[in-house]
Design a protein around this ligand. Structure first.
Ligand code: ATP
Ligand code: MG
Length: 667
């Protein structure tokens, strides 16, 4: 096993004397250290798998790490190992300890959309921008472990007061719904451990060794959780790269790297300097871009993978031209190098940039997979079904109650709903509980009450069965009972749209059956699992031969042989908002993350003009391109540089290529 590691990596894996930080640049094998260390701890360190927890940044990364660890160990040795995100670990802790904090173990987990809706109701505002700003302020406070009372006292201007008051009502609403949001999944375990030392002791005893990937993007709350869990013994290995900290907007705090040294004076730091991912030119480009940021820690990075191709910089007329040029170059490259579609990634700063590339890929019949786009679980029809699952799990989940009760409509009138809401508010109970109270029932006519009572009985009956029966089959039976398919055909504009939605719902049912069998989970456990599948990832579609499309943020930790980093323009990367707010350094780190995803080739593209708010504007290429040494660049499409294939020529060349590719496939 050790033969697959270089000396500092080996040292990191063998070090068990105390807290350890592996601080190193991209592609230097930090994640590999964690995977191998899991195996080392179990095999040589005498620590049982069930006493080890490895924390990754996404569920997908967790799955991959588990698969890799499984290759190094026997199924016996690996039993009981925890590999999860901070959020799943928090959920696991809360599920077991919820009653200490006055929650039921079947609490609901609200996603950002539902949380936003609650905030918009409190603010009595539908202005998306305002809601978003208040929501992210509340989230930052929660991650900094500030209570509503504290921030109310500290508020120094009207805006902060508004946010603070909203925060107070928001927390009260969550408590009434028996619901937690994503921030609570970390915050509440911290609160739990601080208030109940015996509970903390139990978990410290269980999780004796922690391994933390992407440590630079932990926030204050997550760090506090780590400190509590590891206690004074500080048995952990954290790996990270300060140059890849790109989640400040979600509360990530790079200072945590420095704090680690302060809080654990015995902290050992190991640096890794060999990059095993990229060619010399790609690495040199990354190093020279990031050299423009002030340094937190001194780091070197070198590669033995050869000089490699220069980085292609492609100037395009406008965004349509850019999408066409990227897809053409990708196809030509694929043909020349006999690669697969899955060897390519198209990376961009914002999700909105994806659409035009999707169109071009579709036009040229190139298969692609989106990461970080609209998640499967965010589709309206899936959220419809999920609202039932959430309600079955926790009848006090009011947003789920409203959605399920009105999808499809059941003849419960608006007046009845208003009365129900008022009664629930007065009595401080959930809508579901209010519907059962005689005080409310006496206010409503029998004909109006009937469908509501029936609905509650329907949910109750499903709840009884949810613990015992397979989730997939139960959901299908439930959908048949409410006539969901027919309702889709009635409410959608076209039968085609209804059919697609129904297909998605069937896919969800199949997923529930499969997941339920694989992980031996019932409907209630599956509902809580789904709530954790964040926007970052979407559903795992497995390895297929398709071009990967991803935001830069979602590409963290991943690698691809050939990368197209598109929209390298001032205003996009760096993003204009960040430039205005003095956050260029974070944008530069994002560029660094993007460049270092590439193994063998990298293409940067930009447009000279772009439509903004309906108007054509001339834009400048990103400053980050000029931070790369000219000697490592090869320009296309700009005056005096190599031409891009013109559209017409391109099309015929492409037609030839496609014909050749088809012929090759037939062979
Ligand atoms: P990032 O900062 O992007 O998260 P990282 O430091 O976590 O990168 P890894 O993803 O662990 O780096 O490793 C990068 C690549 O180098 C992987 O393909 C990995 O398998 C390979 N690699 C790492 N260490 C070695 C080694 N000692 N020998 C051969 N290959 C290695
Ligand atoms: Mg990594």
């Amino acid at each position: 096993m050790s033969a697959l590691l270089n000396p500092p990596q080996r040292e990191a894996i063998h070090y068990l004397d105390g807290p350890l930080l592996v601080l190193a640049g991209a592609g230097s094998g930090k994640t590999r250290v964690i995977t191998f260390k899991i195996a080392h701890l179990i095999r040589e360190g005498g620590i049982s798998a069930r006493n080890i927890a490895a924390i990754t940044f996404t569920n997908k990364a967790a799955r991959e790490m588990m698969e890799r660890a499984a290759k190094l160990l026997s199924s016996e040795e690996i039993r009981g190992l925890t590999v999860s995100t901070f959020h799943s670990l928090g959920m696991q802790i809360l599920r077991q300890e919820a009653p200490h904090l006055g929650y039921k173990p079947q609490f609901s987990i609200l996603d950002a959309y539902d949380a936003g809706k609650i905030i918009s109701d409190i603010l009595k505002s539908t202005a998306k921008d305002e809601v978003r700003r208040v929501q992210s302020q509340i989230s930052l406070w929660k991650n900094d472990f500030k209570t509503p009372d504290q921030v109310l006292l500290d508020a120094s201007n009207e805006w902060e007061s508004v946010c603070a008051r909203t925060y107070l009502s928001y927390q009260a609403t969550l408590a009434a719904y028996q619901a937690v949001d994503f921030d609570d999944l970390i915050r509440l375990p911290v609160e739990l451990f601080e208030r109940f030392p015996e509970v903390l002791g139990k978990w410290q005893n269980k999780l004796r060794y922690l391994l933390l990937d992407e440590y630079q993007d932990t926030n204050t709350c997550q760090y506090r959780l780590v400190k509590l869990l590891t206690g004074v013994r500080g048995m952990f290995t954290a790996v990270g790269d300060d140059d890849q900290s790109i989640y400040a907007w979600r509360g990530a705090n790079m200072e945590n790297l420095r704090l680690l040294q302060q809080d654990f004076p015995k902290l050992k730091i190991i640096k890794l300097e060999q990059n095993y991912r990229s060619t010399v030119r790609i690495l040199r480009a990354a190093n020279s871009v990031i050299a423009n940021n002030p340094k937190l820690f001194e780091k070197q990075l070198w590669s033995e993978l050869g000089l490699g191709e220069p980085i292609h910089v492609v100037q395009c007329k406008d965004e349509e031209h850019e999408a066409e040029a990227v897809v053409q170059r990708l196809l030509a490259h694929k043909f020349e190098c006999r690669t697969d579609f899955k060897d390519y990634a198209i990376l961009y700063r914002g999700n909105y940039q994806a659409r035009i590339f999707e169109q071009a890929l579709r036009t040229h019949k190139v298969p692609y997979q989106m990461a970080g786009g609209q998640s499967f679980f965010d589709k309206p029809e899936i959220k419809d079904v999920l609202s039932y699952m959430r309600l079955i799990t926790n009848p006090d989940d009011d947003p789920a109650f409203i959605r399920a009760l009105t999808t499809p409509k059941r003849g419960v009138g608006a007046v009845t709903l208003e009365k129900l809401g008022a009664w629930a508010g007065q009595r401080q109970v959930s809508l579901f509980a209010a519907a059962h109270e005689t005080g409310f029932q006496s206010q409503v006519q029998a004909a109006q009450l009937e469908p509501l009572t029936q609905f509650c009985a329907f949910i109750d009956a499903l709840k009884m069965r949810a613990l015992r029966e397979g989730a997939g089959a139960l959901i299908l039976e439930m959908l048949a009972a409410i006539g969901y398919e027919a309702w889709l055909y009635d409410s959608e504009d076209s039968p085609r749209a209804a059919e697609n939605k129904w297909k998605n719902v069937l896919e969800l049912a199949a997923w529930l059956t499969r997941k339920g069998d694989e992980d031996n989970k019932n409907l209630i456990e599956l509902t809580q699992t789904i709530a954790l599948i964040t926007m970052l990832e979407g559903r795992d579609e497995g390895e297929v031969d398709a071009v990967k499309m991803s935001t830069l943020h979602a590409s963290k930790g991943l690698e691809y042989p050939h990368v197209f980093l598109v929209g390298c323009e001032e205003g996009i990367l760096p993003h204009s908002e960040s430039v205005d707010n003095g956050m260029v350094e974070e944008e530069r780190r994002l560029m660094y993350v993007g460049i270092t995803r590439a193994q063998r080739s990298l293409t940067l593209s930009y447009c000279v003009k772009r439509k903004r708010a309906g108007e054509w504007q001339f834009v400048d290429p990103s400053r980050f391109i000029s931070e790369i040494g000219e000697g490592d660049l090869r320009h296309f499409g700009r005056p005096g540089a190599e031409p891009l294939v013109s559209k017409q020529e391109g099309k015929s060349r492409l037609a030839n290529l496609s014909a050749l590719l088809d012929a090759k496939k037939r062979d």
